[in-house]
Design a protein around this ligand. Structure first.
Ligand code: PEP
Length: 248
């Protein structure tokens, strides 16, 4: 049985003090959550959030990291720095990073390899734009993103990754993919991993849906055979809403 995972992507929201307060509000609401609970604050909030989450069942992830170990990469953050803080997960290849910060499938792959080498669990984001969906290339595009992200990743490593299917047109728009659309693409991803590695590996990989997940739609989405929870943006900023999602 795969564990269902609710991960909150706080994006560029919350100061360290606000982030601490949100954890204090969230922790009692999710203490018995059915799903694994991860919050991903902005980098500057990570120390405060790791500290506030100590002794709770909330795990902490970063929203990005660089693929080199150290050196002259102004503004970047390494896997070792995240691990030293107590961070366990890292979102990689979010569509906002691809769109605004020139992330490519190739840089995502380098980051995935580095995260796995160091022992951080990558949450790898893939997904199509509205134009690509209308062109009928969703499955091809998502399969390509998954294949490149997992290049040179061993079968044992692949079992441990989380993949988040996030149609770009559904992110932050309030326009959720239908349950059928989300399940269809998550199944496409699982089938792709089965072809790349084995069906045993594919059955182990956690595949989330992301895109306007909220307290009202999470239960139905997470009940699908190939959807193992969600990557949640806006609704993860409200403790009450995120706790409903974490318990879905
Ligand atoms: C996201 O940021 O990954 C996301 C899915 O955002 P939202 O839930 O706000 O659509």
């Amino acid at each position: 049985m795969r564990q269902t995972v609710a991960a909150g992507n706080w994006k560029m929201n919350k100061t360290p003090s606000e982030a601490k307060a949100l954890i204090a509000e969230l922790a009692p609401l999710v203490k018995d959550a059915k799903n694994k609970v991860i919050v991903c604050p902005t980098a500057v909030c990570l120390p405060a959030v790791v500290e506030a989450a100590k002794g709770t069942n909330i795990l902490v992830g970063a929203q990005n990291m660089y693929f080199e170990d150290k050196g002259a990469y102004t503004g970047e953050i390494s896997a070792d720095m995240l691990l030293d803080l107590g961070v366990t997960h890292v979102i990689l290849g979010h569509s906002e990073r691809r769109q605004y910060f020139a992330e490519t499938d190739e840089t995502v792959n380098k980051k995935v390899l580095k995260a796995l080498e160091k022992g951080l669990c990558p949450i790898i984001c893939v997904g199509e734009s509205l134009e690509q969906r209308e062109q009928g290339i969703t499955a091809d595009l998502v399969r390509m993103q998954v294949k490149i992200a997992l290049q040179n990743v061993s079968a044992d490593q692949a079992k441990t990754v989380i993949i988040a299917y996030e149609p770009i047109w559904a992110i932050g728009t309030g326009k959720t993919a239908t349950t059928q659309q989300a399940e269809e693409v998550c199944k496409t991803i699982r089938d792709c991993i089965c072809e790349l590695y084995s069906c045993d590996v594919a059955e182990s990989v956690i595949i989330q849906y992301g895109g306007s997940v909220n307290a009202a739609n999470s239960a139905e989405l997470f009940a699908q055979a190939n959807i193992d929870g969600g990557l949640v943006g806006g609704a993860s900023l409200k403790a009450a809403d995120f706790s409903v999602i974490a318990n879905s």
